[in-house]
Design a protein around this ligand. Structure first.
Ligand code: AGP
Length: 372
């Protein structure tokens, strides 16, 4: 009913708007006054966590994209090797697991059969499983050794939005916590990131306040057939997520690429007026990547693409090559997906509406996939 949707036309719009709160709620009580993490619910002891020699993340769909981003954070902050795998592929390739592997299963619903079967397989090999889940008491956390709940509140729309942002927050918390208990050399950086993370919900709010141009851009593209998404580093999984949202909601051909791969094939797809969304890393931090992606934007624009550029406030280098410029607040590199994903959600939702699609219940899809 309209009341359940809190005055919004669709649950998806309501859930996009709830993201600042969902993010803040997921952080609540997990960072103490001294700026350290307290994850009491992670019932895997610090000594066991110090023994971990490999992290393996299993998930499907949007939760898998959260896992891809988590890999960058885990490896950078903890120096523990991390693999991310689609849950549906995992157990069939006889993965190498033992008592020192920490398996993280990410699932909004906690009922996704592929993810459940992957975690059962991991436990059979003696690995500890930590679930990151949004649904209290669901099967995946019940069958795991420990759980870190995301506090997004119920997500009704089939397309995941607020659950994704909170999965990212939970992944960052786990990565930082692993870094904290293992005392890695990134001590100072970890402290700074914890402080930035506690401010991030306000930045998500700021992005939401500036979405009108994104909506009108989406409406103007309603008759297109294809949209491409490019990113690198953590912007690459963001590009994959932008493409998945567009497939699910707008039923358009959408693909996400690692920008560095363009020259290895996908650049052949670029043609006159093709919309290409580019997620640009911060010019601060890993500035080499920034420069490389600016040349990618130049290259595709020279071939006629219509460039839709998502870039940090104050990044002037992209201005000459952006047909449409979407600004996001400056964040530490690894946290950028929390702000960069939001415009892509709004974009897909508006395109779906403009194309007359059912936003909350896309065709052929179920909210949780309980068959393998
Ligand atoms: C996302 O928009 C999807 N509808 C889908 O990819 C989803 O993320 C996937 O099925 C995993 O679901 P889960 O998080 O409930 O396990």
């Amino acid at each position: 009913s309209a009341a359940e949707k809190g005055g919004y036309d669709y649950f998806m719009l309501k859930e996009i708007a709830e993201q600042p709160k969902a993010v803040a709620d997921t952080l609540l009580g997990r960072i103490d006054a001294a700026g350290s993490l307290t994850l009491d619910e992670v019932r895997i002891s610090p000594s066991e966590l110090r023994e971990v020699d490999k992290v393996v993340i299993v998930a499907c769909g949007t939760a898998f994209h959260a896992g891809l981003i988590a890999k960058y954070a885990i490896e950078h902050w903890t120096r523990i090797p991390c693999e991310v795998e689609l849950a549906s592929e995992f157990r069939y390739r006889d993965p190498i697991l033992d008592g020192r592997s920490l398996v993280i299963a990410i699932s909004q619903s906690g009922e996704t059969m592929d993810t459940l079967m992957a975690l059962r397989h991991a436990r059979e090999q003696g690995s500890k499983v930590l679930a990151i889940c949004n649904t209290n008491g669901s099967t995946i956390p019940r069958e795991s050794d420990a759980v870190l709940y995301t506090h997004a509140g119920p997500e009704v729309a089939v397309a995941s939005t607020k659950a994704f942002l909170t999965q990212l927050v939970a992944c960052y918390l786990v990565a930082l916590y692993l870094g904290q208990v293992r005392g890695t050399k990134w001590g100072d950086e970890i402290g700074a990131v914890i402080r930035d993370l506690s401010q991030i919900s306000g930045e998500v709010e700021r992005v939401l306040d500036t979405m009108e141009p994104v909506r009108s851009l989406a409406r103007s593209l309603a008759d297109k057939n294809t949209v491409l998404f490019l990113g690198r580093h953590v912007g690459y999984p963001v590009a994959l997520e932008g493409a998945l949202k567009l497939k699910e909601l707008a039923y358009m051909h959408a693909e996400g690429f690692a920008a560095g791969e363009l020259k290895h094939g996908p650049i052949a797809l670029i043609e006159e007026d093709l919309p290409v969304v580019v997620v640009v890393p911060s010019p601060r931090g890993r500035s080499v990547l920034h420069d490389k992606i600016v040349s990618n934007i130049q290259e595709i624009r020279a071939r006629g693409a219509r460039t839709i550029v998502i870039a940090e406030e104050g990044d002037e280098a992209v201005v000459p090559y952006a047909d449409h410029l979407i600004r996001i607040p400056a964040t530490p590199t690894l946290l950028q997906p929390l702000v960069a994903t939001v415009p892509l959600q709004v974009f897909a939702c508006e395109l779906a509406t403009a194309r007359g699609n059912e936003v909350d219940q896309p065709r052929n899809l179920a909210k949780s996939v309980t068959v393998e």
